[in-house]
Ligand binder design. Structure first.
Ligand SMILES: NC(=O)c1ccc[n+]([C@@H]2O[C@H](COP(=O)([O-])OP(=O)(O)OC[C@H]3O[C@@H](n4cnc5c(N)ncnc54)[C@H](OP(=O)(O)O)[C@@H]3O)[C@@H](O)[C@H]2O)c1
Length: 322
């Protein structure tokens, strides 16, 4: 939740998003908060955007709201596919449904997430915050054939953006281990520790994806991790569930947060800016607004052990559950 740099040298703006006509994008959790603005701004620039959300009524209401907000002359191309981050099968099926409908995927923004919820297992036996990582793994890996095909097309600019958090540093209070489902679930850890772990997996997944693309000779797909900043969204639903008595404190804290419009800038930059390629920001971690940030040594994962273990575990879970 930390990291808005008021003294940031440059301020990247939505007006810098290039024309996206002909490109196709997916944004998970696009019905509210940062995802909503991301969907809206990609559509404003001409991309066909798929909102992958768990609740159809919320998604369709959000799409209708975006249509109203955007100039009707733009005729925004907005679609919805059901996607539940908690279910590896749902994520895989969402990818399959998308690939039935589309012949390209230029931008994938893995944005959906929950924060600081009480310990609970999802339908696959995975702790629900850990699903911030595993659900997006299942979606992204299922979409890889189409992402690679798109990257082979002329003038393609394929981006995979994983929305993490500066809160990934909470995982450093313990020793992360991804060799088993039990060690991923970390029942004994604090609620914030588990959130941090899930956000660390978002970064490790970015690193590992980029490494695997490089190993298979693919150099024009850019994978990035983004911390949006401390933003006033519905993400506080989790902490309010864990500690309802702290509600007045959260209301106070909101006074020091960014708007969703400001918060979405860094992921929009990662998803669209030509600078990503010009500066060759492969597997970079970005902080607000549109700034590179060095990763902690755990997140750098120099020997690739954590990222490799996370990948292997997710693959095994998908084989069992999806
Ligand atoms: N806000 C911040 O200060 C902040 C800081 C650092 C990182 N982030 C990250 O930014 C991302 C977006 O968060 P936000 O602040 O925009 O929060 P938000 O307003 O609560 O939006 C979260 C989105 O994720 C969706 N989602 C949650 N669980 C899901 C599930 N099981 N399946 C599918 N979709 C699900 C929500 O859908 P429903 O509306 O149906 O619940 C909603 O669309 C998250 O990954 C978060 O960790 C946010």
């Amino acid at each position: 939740m930390l990291g808005f740099n008021f003294f940031s040298k440059k301020q990247w703006e939505v007006s810098s998003i290039p024309d996206l006509t002909g490109r196709v994008a997916i944004v998970t959790g696009g019905n509210t908060g940062l995802g909503y603005i991301t969907v809206r701004e990609l559509a404003r620039k001409g991309a066909r955007v798929y909102m992958l959300s768990r609740t159809e009524t919320r998604a369709l209401a959000a799409i209708a709201k975006i249509r109203k907000e955007l100039d009707s002359e733009l005729k925004p191309e907005l679609e919805y596919i059901n996607f539940d981050l908690l279910s590896l099968k749902s994520a895989k099926e969402a990818a399959e449904e998308f690939m039935r409908r589309e012949k390209r995927l230029d931008i994938l923004v893995n944005n959906a997430g929950i924060m600081a919820t009480p310990y609970e297992l999802g339908p696959d036996g995975i702790e629900i915050q850990a699903c911030n990582g595993t659900g997006h793994f299942s979606l992204t890996v299922s979409l890889l054939p189409l992402l690679k095909e798109t990257a082979a097309m002329p003038d393609s600019h394929v981006r995979i953006v994983n929305v993490t958090s500066a809160g990934y540093l909470f995982a450093h209070m313990e020793k992360p281990d991804f060799t088993s489902l039990e060690s991923l679930n970390q029942k004994a850890w604090s609620t914030w520790g588990r959130y941090g772990l899930s956000k660390l997996t978002n970064i490790l997944f970015t690193n590992e994806l980029q490494k695997r693309f490089a190993e298979s000779g693919i150099t024009n797909i850019y994978c990035l991790s983004v911390h949006p900043g401390a933003v006033n969204t519905e993400l506080t639903r989790g902490p309010l569930q864990s500690w309802p008595f702290l509600a007045p404190l959260w209301s106070l804290a909101k006074m020091f947060t960014m708007t969703s419009e400001q918060g979405a800038l860094t992921q929009l930059y990662a998803a669209t800016s030509p600078e990503i390629e010009e500066k060759d920001l492969k597997a970079a971690l970005l902080f607000p607004i549109a700034q590179t940030k060095s990763k902690s040594s755990l997140a750098k994962d120099k020997d690739g052990k954590l990222g490799g273990d996370f990948w292997t575990l997710c693959e095994a879970l998908i084989r069992q559950k999806a």
